[in-house]
Design a protein around this ligand. Structure first.
Ligand code: NAD
Length: 410
């Protein structure tokens, strides 16, 4: 998820225009375009999100061993961020599309040079098993659908790149990992910042104690959801598709940053959630979640995330001799980072948008060469467990103690 409030304008006004209504009606009438997993209608999105630019010439794979991906879900993030970045990857190409919208399948398929017989509806999804052009699926659906689509991809013999959050509960994450193992296929969670130059350097700086011994980490991932949104039209505030809301969607970046900057797993968590009364946006999800993580070293992280605040995307680390300031910290581009204290400097570390292709090629290399995945399913499971602990601590109104693998101690 992007870091700034402006880029989060994709809290989408589903189905407002007449064109959307036409496409939704046409989609519903077409065989094979009725339902996604979870029994929810799939044609909730607009026929084409605003601001999508499709390639004028279809990109081609660059190497004979390039990995073919089926893009599952043609929404905002897939169309605007990830799909255009395949052209910059060394070893990854778009081989197939899966969507609930026939018109979108046609337009996007034509633009990306995806053959007509490699364009699938959700009802046809399991047929990817027989399609040898597809090595892996990239699941970029609403979060509550990730687990089922990943398990079915493994059953079809495909590798999986799954968007964050991995799933909405740890049991589903475990189910995904088990299915991947059974199928002997690889699973990666699309935590793109692990491939972003500023975040990579930040990890290295903190490992070599550039701010001294870490005392505090503070992260804010804040945005404001359109006040006229309702769960019926915006999956991000529908509990069955989004879990608790801002923490799973945006706050997960702050949680991740607290872990990769401190280099530790928390041993205890306290937290508070807030949901205002009489606000149609927050009938199902929380407006805000704040948590405090205590690490074995004594360092403390404070994480704030919200769907009802002016925008912010920061990660600050304060050690005993200095500080690392990242603002914005985890967006698509425009990262700013500086060190204060004993070492004083600002960083300009190359193109942050390299993160998208870097992520793709990490999985493609793992598939072809058996190499390590930087952000495997186990990392996704770890984070979902920690989010469960955050909600449990808020609910109990007291600290929750954790095992080193993020499980709550009973
Ligand atoms: P989106 O709403 O723009 O797209 C979702 C797509 O899923 C749409 O094409 C929609 O038609 C389809 N869909 C299928 N079944 C649906 C259903 N039952 N209800 C609603 N839509 C359904 O959302 P998005 O912003 O593209 O997010 C998709 C995924 O990508 C999410 O898991 C999100 O967390 C993740 N994401 C990741 C980043 C990142 O930086 N890594 C950024 C944005 C989104």
């Amino acid at each position: 998820m992007d870091g700034t409030s402006i880029s989060r304008r994709r809290f989408i006004e589903f189905g407002r225009d007449a064109a959307a209504v036409t496409i939704v009606a046409a989609a519903a009438a077409s065989p094979g375009f009725a339902q996604a997993g979870g029994g929810k209608p799939v044609a909730r999105g607009r026929p084409m999100p605003d601001g999508v630019s499709l390639p004028s010439t279809p990109p081609r794979p660059k190497r004979p061993d390039s990995v073919g991906y089926a893009i599952v879900g043609l929404g905002d993030y897939a169309l605007k961020q990830m799909m255009p970045r395949f052209a910059r990857s060394a070893r990854s190409h778009i081989a197939a599309l899966v969507s609930g919208n026939p018109e979108k399948l046609r337009r996007v398929g034509d633009a990306y040079g995806v053959p007509a017989d490699a364009r699938y509806s959700y009802d046809q999804y399991d047929r990817i098993a027989a399609d040898r052009r597809i090595d892996a699926v990239y699941i970029v659906l609403p979060s509550g659908l990730h687990a089922d689509y990943a398990v079915r991809a493994f059953a079809a013999g495909k590798h999986v790149l799954c968007e964050k959050p991995m799933a909405l509960n740890s049991a589903d994450c475990e189910r995904m990992i088990a299915a991947g193992r059974r199928a002997n296929r690889r699973l990666m969670i699309a935590y793109r910042v692990h491939f972003e130059p500023h975040n990579i350097e930040a990890m290295a700086l903190m490992r070599r104690r550039a701010a001294g011994t870490i005392r505090f980490v503070r992260t804010e991932q804040l945005s404001r959801t359109d006040p006229s949104s309702t769960p019926a039209e915006n999956w991000r505030i529908d509990r069955s598709l989004a879990g608790g809301g801002p923490l799973e969607d945006y706050g997960i970046y702050g949680l991740q940053a607290a872990l990769y900057l401190s280099g530790e797993m928390p041993e205890s968590i306290t937290a508070a959630t807030f949901r205002p009364a009489n606000d149609p946006r927050f009938t199902q999800v929380f407006a805000s979640v704040a948590s405090q993580l205590r690490f074995p070293s004594g360092a403390i992280a404070q994480l704030m995330t919200s769907y009802d605040s002016s925008g912010s995307n920061i990660a600050h680390v304060r050690g005993d001799t200095g500080a690392l300031i990242m603002d914005p910290a985890t967006g698509y581009e425009g990262h700013k980072m500086r060190l204060e204290g004993r070492e004083r400097r600002s960083f300009s570390l190359g193109d942050p948008t390299a993160q998208f292709a870097g992520q793709l090629d990490n999985l493609s290399d793992a598939i072809r060469d058996g190499s390590t995945i930087r952000t495997p399913g186990e990392m996704g499971l770890r984070d979902v467990r920690l989010m469960e602990a955050i909600y449990a601590a808020a609910e109990a109104g007291r600290a929750v103690q954790l095992s080193p693998d993020g499980r709550m101690r009973r």
